[in-house]
Design a binder for this molecule. Structure first.
Ligand code: PMP
Length: 426
C-alpha cells in the first residue's frame, strides 16, 4: 500500500476524470510514473501533495514569467475579484489591456481578447479564411496551435500532400484543406505556393517552436514565409501563444524583425489566469464581428479578474532589465547543464531563447520535428525522474520546451546544475 498522497490522489482522480488529468501531458504518460499533485506555488517553486518542494521549470507551461504568486499580481486579482467576477459587458480595463498589447507587439493595431490559446489560433484561422475567401492552410509538422479540428493534423506522406487527423473525432473532411510541411524547410514552402498559391488562405507557424522541444525558426525560413504570403495574398499568422512576451518583450516578431499579418497570444498575457488574444492590422481585424462578417465570441472573454492578472504581469515585464535577466538565467541553465553532461560523458546539449529553453539528448539541437524525434527519449525519461527525485521539475515529456521566471535567480539555477551533475554522473 502506497502512503504517497500523490499516488492516492492519482488513483482517485482517474475514477472521475479521464486519465486523472484535465490536460493530457500532465498525466506523465510519456515519462511514466505518478503525476505530482500541486498544492501551492511561490516564486520559482511549487510543492506537491506530499509536501515535497520542486524548482519549477514549466511555470504553468509559460504564464508564470514573473514567478508564482507574485504579490502584485495576487493583489490585483484580489482587488478585481471584490468588484465582481464577470459582467458580460465591456470594461475600461479591457481597453487598457488592448492598448498595451497594441503598443508592445509591433504588428498589432487591433486585438481581440479570448480565454485560451486554442480560441486565439482558431479565430485567427477563421479570420484569415474569411478575409481571403480561400480555404487552404499551411502548418508545420511539430508545431502545436491548440486543439481546433483543422489544426490537429499530422503530415501526410510525400511533400505536397494534405494531412491526416491526429485525433479521433476529427473528420478527414475537416482537415482536407490543411497542408503540413517540414519546419525550417524553405523549399517545401516554395513548392507549396508554386502549386497552390491562389488557394492558400494562410500560413500558421510558431516562429520559435516550443511544442517539439525548443526549435528556433531560421531567419531564412521565417523571411521566406513573409515573402511568399505577401506575394500570393495569403495571411501570415505567427502563433506567439508560447513565445510572445517570452523570447522578448515584442515576441519573436520583434526578435526577427518580421511582421506577421496576424498574431495569436496567450499564456504570459494572462499571468496565470485565462487570457489569450489575436490581433493584427486594423484592416484585417475590422472583418471581425460585430463590425465585420467573421463571427467569434466568448462569455468570459476579457474577464475582469483575468485581465487584472494579465495587465499587472504586462507591467512587471516592462521593468528595466527584465528580459536581460530572464535570458541570462535561461542561458546559465542551458550552459551549466551542457557542461555537467559533458563532464559525465553523456550525449546532451541545451539551448535557450529569452526565457525559454530546450534540453536535447542529442549531440546538436534539432532543426525540425524528425530531428527532434531522433533524440534519445529513454535517456530523457531517466533524467526527468532522477531530477524529480532531486527536487527539480522539468516538463514531463521530451517534446516540450522549458521556462524560467524572473524568480529563477543564480542560486536556483546553480542548485539545478548541481542536481544535474549528480544525475548525469549516475
Ligand atoms: N499555440 C501554442 C504555440 C501553444 O503552445 C499552445 C498551448 N501550449 C496553444 C496554442 C494552445 O493554447 P491553450 O492551451 O491555451 O488553448
Amino acid at each position: 500500500m502506497t502512503t504517497s498522497k500523490n499516488d492516492i490522489l492519482f488513483e482517485r482522480a482517474q475514477k472521475s476524470t479521464p486519465g486523472g488529468v484535465n490536460s493530457p501531458v500532465r498525466a506523465f504518460r510519456s515519462v511514466g510514473g505518478t503525476p505530482r499533485f500541486i498544492t501551492r506555488a511561490e516564486g520559482p517553486y511549487f510543492w506537491d501533495a506530499d509536501g515535497k518542494r520542486y524548482i519549477d521549470y514549466i511555470g504553468s507551461w509559460g504564464p508564470a514569467i514573473v514567478g508564482h504568486a507574485h504579490p502584485q499580481v495576487v493583489k490585483a486579482v484580489q482587488e478585481a475579484a471584490t468588484r465582481g467576477l464577470s459582467f458580460g459587458a465591456p470594461t475600461e480595463a479591457e481597453i487598457e489591456m488592448a492598448e498595451e498589447i497594441c503598443r508592445l507587439v509591433p504588428s498589432i493595431e487591433q486585438v481581440r481578447l479570448v480565454s485560451s490559446g486554442t480560441e486565439a489560433t482558431m479565430s485567427a484561422l477563421r479570420l484569415a479564411r474569411g478575409a481571403t475567401g480561400r480555404d487552404k492552410i499551411v502548418k508545420f509538422e511539430g508545431c502545436y496551435h491548440g486543439h481546433a479540428d483543422s489544426l490537429l493534423v499530422k503530415a501526410g506522406s510525400g511533400l505536397l500532400t494534405f494531412g491526416n487527423p491526429t485525433s479521433a473525432g476529427v473528420p478527414e473532411d475537416f482537415v482536407k484543406h490543411t497542408m503540413v510541411l517540414d519546419y525550417n524547410n524553405v523549399e517545401a514552402v516554395r513548392a507549396a505556393f508554386a502549386q497552390y498559391g491562389q488557394e492558400i488562405a494562410c500560413v500558421i507557424v510558431e516562429p520559435v517552436a516550443g511544442n517539439m522541444n525548443l526549435i528556433k525558426g531560421t531567419p531564412e525560413f521565417l523571411g521566406a514565409l513573409r515573402e511568399l504570403c505577401t506575394a500570393h495574398g495569403a495571411v501570415l499568422i505567427f502563433d506567439e501563444v508560447m513565445c510572445g512576451f517570452r523570447v522578448g518583450l515584442g515576441g519573436a516578431q520583434e526578435l526577427y524583425g518580421i511582421q506577421p499579418d496576424l498574431t495569436a497570444l496567450g499564456k504570459v498575457i494572462g499571468g496565470g489566469l485565462p487570457v489569450a488574444a489575436f490581433g493584427g492590422s486594423q484592416e484585417l481585424m475590422s472583418k471581425m464581428s460585430p463590425v465585420g462578417a467573421v463571427y467569434q465570441a466568448g462569455t468570459l472573454s476579457g474577464n475582469p479578474v483575468a485581465v487584472a492578472a494579465g495587465m499587472t504581469t504586462l507591467k512587471l515585464i516592462q521593468q528595466p532589465g527584465f528580459y536581460e535577466g530572464l535570458a541570462r538565467s535561461a542561458r546559465r541553465l542551458a550552459d551549466g547543464l551542457t557542461a555537467a553532461a559533458q563532464e559525465a560523458g553523456v550525449t546532451f546539449c541545451a539551448d535557450a531563447e529569452g526565457g525559454m529553453f530546450g534540453l536535447y539528448f542529442s549531440a546538436t539541437p534539432p532543426n525540425n520535428y524528425a530531428e527532434m524525434m531522433a533524440g534519445d527519449r529513454d535517456k530523457f525519461n531517466v533524467f526527468f525522474h532522477k531530477m524529480l527525485d532531486e527536487g527539480v521539475y522539468f516538463a514531463p515529456a521530451a517534446f516540450e520546451a522549458g521556462f524560467v521566471s524572473a524568480q529563477h535567480d543564480d542560486a536556483v539555477i546553480d542548485a539545478t546544475i548541481a542536481a544535474a551533475k549528480t544525475v548525469f554522473a549516475s
